[in-house]
Design a protein around this ligand. Structure first.
Ligand SMILES: Cc1cc2nc3c(=O)[nH]c(=O)nc-3n(C[C@H](O)[C@H](O)[C@H](O)COP(=O)(O)OP(=O)(O)OC[C@H]3O[C@@H](n4cnc5c(N)ncnc54)[C@H](O)[C@@H]3O)c2cc1C
Length: 822
């Protein structure tokens, strides 16, 4: 019995220490204290002597550095060096770019929810709000997307002028250079609003404010370059583009063949040390009209005019488009979304060295520069454009489903339609939460590389899915293009957001977990860095510093995962609100992710990099934890609105279900079957308990966007909803309000038809007959007529004379595919 008590007490101490991630010294002291008590009360029995021997053989060597290094660290380090994945310079730069934020807490298995809730919420300054209410509102009134996409294939010239004059191209440029110096959140809000109206206009604004020359100049430019270019870019006197992609190098931009050779040449009549450049780039946004091209190329110095190195590496320079040898002007046509986009070429173009962004000292540092800027930028532009679209979809699709009737009822009342409606609303909530959360982090000075990749991937994917849902709900109304179609062009352009700034499949397969595991893990980066230290002793010391902590972390994750799974996270500290369980379940899965990540790295080592399906699923788990956190965060930041709870529940349960399913797929496919069996037992001791979000939420959520509710207002907040005749969204809202007002009258008419009191051929005839027979009043008749007219206007689709449609194709066809690959 006493042995049993002893064993239970020891196990209890072990579990408590492991759960709370005690340090080695606490473990050592706790064990010594426990054994001291045991020896004092039970005397030195055979059992206590064995336990003390274990202490001497296990804990003492672990605490004495030379012994630890000899018996544990050195052998482990040898194995580690063998299995560690090799990494190219470009990979290393990509992985080390940016910072990590909340996603690291989620990765490490023990997120502090108070910390999440105390992160400052994204806010606009008065000046930013005034810009949104003023110049941005005016711009929105000017936008006629049909005219832009169908008639002109460009913005009208007065819009170009307006954008330049009002500083739309200098949103991120500091005031000292004449820019707006807006926050990332304001920048995102501006793009969100415009994207709901026109992807062509929003992309035009986005490029100069994202990974264009302005951002690179701000971070790396010389004073001279900043003073020259930034004021000109802020005023739109220079139109920039940034050219990285080429026919031979898409996702793997580091494989580009575009090159520059260090040589002497003539510049402004003088012999100058410079670069002879040759490039062939494609898909470059704003290139056809650019006045300055940011160019990424590989720089070589075969004659050693700069130094000893032949292959200097990827370099970024600013090339005025007007210099001899630069070719621009031709256009690609990205999915009926005619923002200026096209190829650019140059052959043997000579530029002086000081056109390198940051000057000579930044030669060869281009890849790192681009990755750093992308670490933040990826969280702004494309998430904003997807959220802009989602806000419009939530606003219009719910309304359309209320005013559009089939089988004599609004289609929004069919369960089949409620399901996609719920998806649209919940996805909009998740998307907006995630882009708000990540921009708030950027505004706190972070460059959240992993979080930006998560948000870019998931927000654009959700955007594409709900664009399909909305099209399905709108039926033919969504398909027939024309000035009154508010969906079609956004639906068409969804794949653009999927492809640019890191194509989504690649982002999911390689970046989210690939970079996340190294950057978010508390010890892996330090271990990898140790393996790269040339001096053997220093390398072992560096490895030794972290490896015991890593082992303790691993043990802790096993214990935490199992205990949290056993009690379904019930004892995790979390704010006591209606969503408490979601916080707790997230902690449970966060621990399981920490454990699974370590086991995957341990079992697969360098092979994990090539096991993209495993890596992608681990990334999905991290991503859904991040999305769930964003949802809970925005729910708190918006004051925990009771009416939004169905959305929060749906979104949270969706995330938890996705996490469970990805774990399950990982377990099914994990190469080491014994390990998979053990992990399954630790993570799901009772099996898979999470189900898809319940059907009952579909009805509740659909009803939130089938009427003008406060939740619908919050979901669409920031979209262009102004009541002006040319705004399709205002027409939809008008129809919705009038349709709801007319619903009781419709009921009266229906009853009258049922009782054979009226029998017109059309609903309007019935209304007329009902008025004549005093079944409805004049006032009711007027309400009914107005509603019918307003709904008819929304339900109508455009039609064209054959000439109008053929006018586009009559123009001389001058297409010629660019077959050249450098
Ligand atoms: C409209 C538009 C605007 C653009 N604007 C610019 C711009 O301004 N400047 C600029 O430099 N570039 C620009 N781009 C280029 C854009 O960044 C590239 O299209 C993108 O990098 C993908 O390259 P790709 O199209 O050649 O596809 P590929 O690289 O050929 O990829 C094809 C598919 O393979 C997948 N894939 C590739 N590698 C892997 C992997 N290891 N694992 C799993 N899947 C993988 C990708 O995810 C993708 O689904 C633009 C592109 C478009 C279409």
């Amino acid at each position: 019995m006493s042995i049993l008590i002893w064993f239970v007490a020891l196990t209890g101490i072990f579990l408590v220490l492991a759960y709370h991630r005690a340090s080695l010294i606490i473990w050592t002291m706790s064990y010594a204290l426990f054994m001291g008590f045991t020896s004092y009360f039970s005397g030195m029995t055979a059992g206590t002597i064995v336990a003390w021997i274990f202490y001497l053989l296990f804990f003492i060597p672990l605490n004495v550095k030379p012994l630890r290094q000899r018996w544990l660290t050195r052998p482990l380090f040898r194995i580690y060096q063998k299995v560690m994945p090799s990494m190219s310079q470009t990979e290393r730069e990509a992985i080390s770019a940016g910072t990590v934020t909340w996603e690291a807490d989620l990765f490490r298995g023990n997120p502090d929810w108070n910390k999440l809730l105390s992160i400052p919420a994204a806010r606009l300054t008065e000046e930013e709000q005034a810009f949104i209410n003023g110049p941005l509102e005016t711009l929105c009134r000017m936008i006629n997307d049909w005219d832009i996409t169908h008639n002109r294939a460009d913005l009208p010239s007065e819009m170009w002028t307006y954008l330049k004059e009002q500083g739309f191209f200098g949103l991120i440029i500091p005031k000292q250079y004449g820019g707006k110096e807006f926050s990332a959140y304001a920048h995102s809000e501006i793009l969100t609003k415009v994207s709901g109206l026109s992807i062509t206009v929003s992309t035009t604004i986005a490029v100069p404010n994202s990974l264009g020359p302005a951002e690179l100049l701000l971070h790396y430019g010389t004073e001279e370059q900043k003073n020259y270019y930034l004021p000109r870019l802020a005023k739109g006197e220079e139109i920039p583009c940034f050219a990285l992609t080429s026919p031979s190098a898409g996702s793997d931009a580091g494989a580009m063949h575009d090159h520059g050779i260090i040589c002497k040449g003539e510049h402004e009549g003088k012999e100058t040390l410079g670069i002879r450049l040759t490039w062939n780039k494609r898909y470059i946004t704003l290139a056809p009209i650019a006045t300055v091209i940011g160019l990424a190329f590989k720089l070589y110095d075969p004659d050693h005019l700069l130094g000893e190195v032949d292959d200097i590496g990827i370099t970024c320079a600013l090339i005025p488009a007007s210099i001899p040898g630069v070719e621009i002007g031709r256009r690609h046509f990205p999915l009926d979304t005619p923002f200026q986009n096209g190829p650019t070429k140059g052959k043997d173009v000579f530029i002086p060295l000081d056109w390198i962004i940051g000057g000579k000292k930044m030669a060869g540092k281009g890849w790192g520069m681009l990755m750093e800027c992308l670490a933040a930028g990826r969280g702004i532009t494309l998430p904003a454009s997807a959220v802009g679209g989602a806000k419009v979809l939530s606003y219009t699709t719910g309304a359309y489903a209320r005013i559009r009737r089939q089988f004599n009822v609004p289609i929004g009342q069919f369960e089949g339609i409620e399901e996609p409606l719920a998806r649209i609303a919940a996805s909009t909530y998740i998307m907006n939460a995630a882009r708000t959360f990540v921009t708030a982090a950027i505004d706190e000075g972070e460059k959240p590389a992993v979080a930006s990749a998560i948000v870019k991937y998931h927000v654009t994917e959700l955007g594409r899915k709900i664009a399909c849902d909305s099209m399905d709900i709108h039926g033919g109304k969504g398909i027939c293009l024309g000035p009154h179609n508010y969906l079609g062009r956004g639906y068409e352009s969804a794949p653009i957001a999927i492809t640019v700034e890191g194509a989504n499949i690649l982002t999911r397969s390689m970046i989210i977990f690939g970079q996340g595991a190294i950057r978010c893990h508390p010890y892996v980066l330090a271990e990898m860095e140790a393996a790269h230290i040339k001096d053997a002793k220093a390398a072992l010391d560096a490895f030794d510093k972290v490896v015991t902590k890593h082992i303790a972390y691993g043990v802790s994750n096993i214990v935490r995962t199992f205990l949290l799974a056993l009690c379904s996270g019930r004892f995790v500290f979390a704010p006591k609100t209606k969503v408490k369980r979601y916080f707790q379940q997230a902690t449970r899965f966060s621990s399981a992710l920490a454990l699974f990540s370590d086991v995957s790295m341990l079992v697969l080592g360098g092979k994990l990099k090539r096991k993209e399906s495993l890596s992608a699923r681990l990334g999905d788990i991290l991503s859904h934890l991040y999305l769930l956190s964003s949802v809970l965060k925005i729910y708190y930041d918006q004051g925990r609105c009771k009416e939004d709870l169905p959305l929060v529940r749906f979104a949270s349960e969706h995330c938890l279900f996705e996490i469970q399913e990805r774990f399950s797929e990982l377990l099914q496919n994990f190469p080491n079957r014994w390990m998979a069996f053990t992990l399954r037992w630790l993570i799901f001791p009772y099996g898979r308990r999470f189900a898809k979000a319940k059907d009952k939420y579909n009805h509740k959520i659909a009803s939130l966007i089938l009427s003008p509710t406060a939740t619908r207002d919050r979901l669409s907040h920031g979209a262009f909803l102004t009541d002006v005749p040319e705004n399709n969204l205002a027409a939809v809202q008008d129809a919705l309000v009038k349709a709801i007002a007319a619903e009781p009258i419709e009921k009266i008419l229906k009853e009258a038809v049922h009782k054979n009191e009226i029998s017109g051929y059309t609903p309007m005839e019935n209304a007329q007959l009902a008025l004549e027979k005093n079944i409805i009043s004049q006032e009711q008749y007027d309400v009914y007529v107005e509603a019918s007219a307003a709904c008819g206007k929304v339900i109508a689709v455009d039609d064209f004379s054959p000439d109008e449609l053929s006018s586009q194709t009559n123009s001389t066809n001058t297409h010629k595919p660019n077959l050249a690959i450098l």
